[in-house]
Ligand binder design. Structure first.
Ligand SMILES: C[S@@+](CC[C@H](N)C(=O)[O-])C[C@H]1O[C@@H](n2cnc3c(N)ncnc32)[C@H](O)[C@@H]1O
Length: 311
């Protein structure tokens, strides 16, 4: 049996990006908002993951779960039990409080309703009941939406988190570079998730704003003011949100130059573009591992492409 149960939620226009992120993180094709896996990640690293239950018991009925808790003399202190609705219109959600209380009464130890140290979750899904340790997305990263400095071509927080996760595949030991970091949107999410990440930005004025944004949250990351073509170090993955101005020929050449240098920095490249550059990537002999067309609005009138490439 898989150890972990997760659920995701997203706005309709973000479906592609969510499936793309889950594939990179868990190697799954997302066909339901609930899934099971043996891989443990903190839901707060993702804009879409909501809950994770580390399964202790899986049974056909709620009463069997209650009986197991008693039979095993399940103990916990400073704990709280929560009923977690894993999917829309879960019929048990209305009696969630009652169910959590029944579980809590069977656990040997002191509950805590203010600042629990142990969160326990109970839920039902497709004919089974699940009980286990609960970890929820803390959504603290939403504070980054109010970063003090931004500009029109800055990415949204959701996409920035996805870039970090597809670059690292959720492995915290990976070393990352954001080669065209702008005002540091991606760096904020990298530091938040605990990565060793460094940013490069050619425009000194913009690099300064990126530093101020990081300082605002008291985050530490190295930001180099300079041309990414001068990057000498090797890292596990490089993220490149390609600069674009007016889609001129010059733009295209400049972008290709950046892509060519990104190949020297890392074997795994996450490239963000506003157009479909599949052909250019193939010409550069890059292997496209996966890609996603992320819609900016519900109408889908401005999209960005995220390309996962390997040398
Ligand atoms: C599309 S913006 C990146 C936006 C960024 N992801 C954000 O959310 O703030 C591209 C950035 O790359 C920078 N840039 C352009 N050429 C560069 C180069 N050769 N080396 C480093 N940065 C470069 C531009 O100044 C611009 O800030």
């Amino acid at each position: 049996m898989d150890q972990f149960m997760y659920n995701v939620n997203y706005n309709i226009q973000d479906h592609n990006m969510c499936a793309f992120e889950m594939k990179a993180l868990f190697d799954i094709e997302l066909d339901d908002k609930v899934f099971f896996t043996n891989k443990e990640v903190d839901p707060s690293i993702s804009p879409f993951l909501k809950n994770r239950i580390k399964i202790i018991y899986k049974k056909k009925t709620f009463h069997e779960i209650l009986d197991l808790i008693t039979a095993d003399d399940f103990r916990a202190n400073d704990f709280m039990v929560k009923y977690v609705g894993m999917y829309n219109r879960d019929p048990n959600i209305n009696q969630g409080k009652k169910l959590s209380k029944e579980i809590g009464l069977r656990i040997y130890g002191y509950p805590s309703f203010q600042s629990p140290k142990i969160m326990l979750g109970i839920t039902s899904y497709q004919g089974y009941w699940y009980f286990g340790y609960l970890k929820q997305n803390n959504y603290e990263w939403r504070a980054h939406k109010q970063k003090p400095y931004s500009f029109s071509s800055a990415l949204g927080v959701n996409m920035a988190k996805v870039l970090i996760n597809v670059a690292s595949r959720g492995e915290p030991s990976k070393r990352l570079i954001d080669a065209c970091c702008g005002v540091g949107t991606v760096l904020l999410e990298g530091v938040f998730a605990g990565y060793d990440i460094c940013g490069w930005e050619i425009n000194p004025r913009i690099a300064r704003l990126a530093r101020l944004n990081l300082d605002h949250y008291q985050y530490k990351a190295k930001i180099v003011t300079g041309d990414m073509k001068e990057i000498k170090e090797q890292v596990d993955a490089v993220i490149v949100d390609l600069p674009y101005n007016n889609f001129s020929r010059f733009d295209e050449e400049q972008q290709l130059d950046i892509i060519r240098h990104a190949k020297q920095i890392a074997d795994r490249m996450i490239i963000v573009t506003s157009t479909d550059i599949r052909e250019q990537l193939c010409t550069e002999q890059l292997k496209i591992i996966d890609y996603c067309r992320a819609e900016k609005t519900v109408k889908g009138d401005f999209a960005r492409y995220i390309w996962i490439c390997e040398n």
